[in-house]
Design a protein around this ligand. Structure first.
Ligand code: NAD
Length: 379
């Protein structure tokens, strides 16, 4: 509990310092829940101005959530479909001069109305798009998985560093109150020694012709899309990075899940403390959105654990009580603080964090192919 309050207090204090506000000009803070204090920002503080790139299904969800952001707003659009641009322009009042096509994106460099581009295109385009946005001198927010492998992920981190822009990955759970409450409980020591994590991530995928089942655009199957939640979740729930992985693949429908597109993978991870994780990633089962963390003195279980919510969970002490929030609203407000005011994320969301997951996923695929336990270098 303490950590989230502390995070909020530090975040708020830093924001006020960066914004140059004195105590006398502090806005009123409304407290609706002891764990989560919404920050009320005065209207004259600069907002993060975001161009959304790729106007598909998740972009729509993010845009709707951003309507209630207090620190970020949509000021630009990037799309290959003129009709979508027109609809979005109307909806969000975006002027023509802030609208781009994928092939004139470099012109965004001279646009003072845009601080960051949020890349919400298929996975296989994230690297190419990040390199272009970084080359144009804008901050990058890129959806998960950051890329289709660690090689690309590293290229993205390097390109952003070289361009002097920040790279953030759309890990919305890293700002979700019940998730932070669970992390806080583990950090408090109340669970004792952490021994075991179980992550179940999956859904039954429909249309066989979608980009998620096309290797060039997806980079893989369920593991890239949904299994990554168990990979990433294991790390923030256990509080360590794995040192080895093993994995086994099952494929019941090879005509739908072609070569390189994983249908179901069971994987195991070992951590430096001796804790182990056992996880399932699948495109062939519904109702799989569950985390379980076991310690020598207690446990936490969450279900749903990473869906859009509301997230629910309990520990051996009772229910998790963090408030229900819109994940993307909270994420974008927090990312505004990170990009504009150098605030710290409660759990890292930078490119290096994304790269760790790519290295683990590479190793999981290698373990599936070889049947061997794969030892990871320090992530
Ligand atoms: P989508 O298919 O609904 O949208 C993709 C968009 O990219 C479309 O507007 C499409 O026109 C555009 N696009 C550009 N070039 C394309 C090409 N060559 N082929 C296909 N589409 C192309 O997909 P989505 O569900 O919005 O997913 C987009 C990204 O967002 C993925 O990386 C996905 O993993 C991520 N995502 C994240 C979350 C989350 O909770 N963080 C949820 C859903 C999706």
């Amino acid at each position: 509990m303490v950590i989230l309050n502390v995070i909020k207090m530090i975040t708020r204090r830093k924001f006020i310092q960066k914004a140059g506000l004195g105590a006398a000009s502090l806005p009123l803070i409304s407290s609706t829940h002891p764990l989560f204090t919404p920050t009320v920002i005065p209207p004259d503080i600069p907002l993060l101005r975001v161009a959304i790139m790729g106007l598909g299904s998740y972009a729509n969800r993010v845009a709707r959530a951003m309507e209630t952001c207090s620190r970020a707003k949509i000021t630009g659009l990037v799309s290959g479909t003129p009709s979508k641009i027109k609809d979005w322009q109307k909806r969000y009042g975006i002027p023509e001069k802030n609208c781009y096509h994928y092939n004139n994106l470099e012109e965004i460099e001279s646009n003072p109305d845009i601080d960051a581009v949020y890349i919400i295109t298929p996975n296989g385009l994230h690297c190419e798009h990040t390199l272009k946005v970084a080359g144009a001198g804008k901050h990058v927010i890129c959806e998960k998985p950051m890329a289709i492998n660690a090689l690309e992920g590293k290229q993205m981190v390097d390109a952003c560093e070289a361009a002097g822009v920040q790279l953030l990955i759309g890990y919305r759970m890293h700002f979700e109150p019940k998730t932070l409450e669970a992390i806080n409980l583990r950090q408090s020591g109340i669970l004792g020694k952490i021994m075991f994590f179980q992550g179940l991530s999956g859904f039954k995928i429909g249309n066989p012709n979608q980009w998620r089942l096309n290797l060039n655009l997806s980079g893989g199957g369920a593991m890239m899309d949904i299994g990554i939640y168990s990979v990433n979740g294991a790390r923030y729930m256990v509080g360590e990075d794995p040192i080895w992985v093993s994995a086994q693949q099952t494929k019941t429908n090879p005509s739908k899940f072609k070569d390189g597109i994983d249908e179901t993978i069971q994987f195991q991870m070992g951590f430096p403390s001796g804790a182990v994780a056992s996880c399932l990633s699948t495109y062939n089962m519904n109702y799989l959105d569950r985390f379980f963390l076991n310690g020598s003195k207690g446990f936490i279980e969450m279900q749903p654990s990473t869906g859009y919510g509301p997230i629910q969970g309990k520990s051996h002490l009772g229910p998790l009580s963090g408030p229900v929030v819109n994940h993307q609203t909270v994420q974008m407000d927090a990312m505004a603080g990170i990009l504009l005011y150098k605030e710290q994320a409660p759990v890292a969301v930078d490119g290096k964090e994304g790269l760790k997951d790519m290295k683990i996923i590479d190793a999981i695929y290698q373990a599936c192919r070889s049947g061997n336990k794969i030892y990871l270098p320090k992530l």
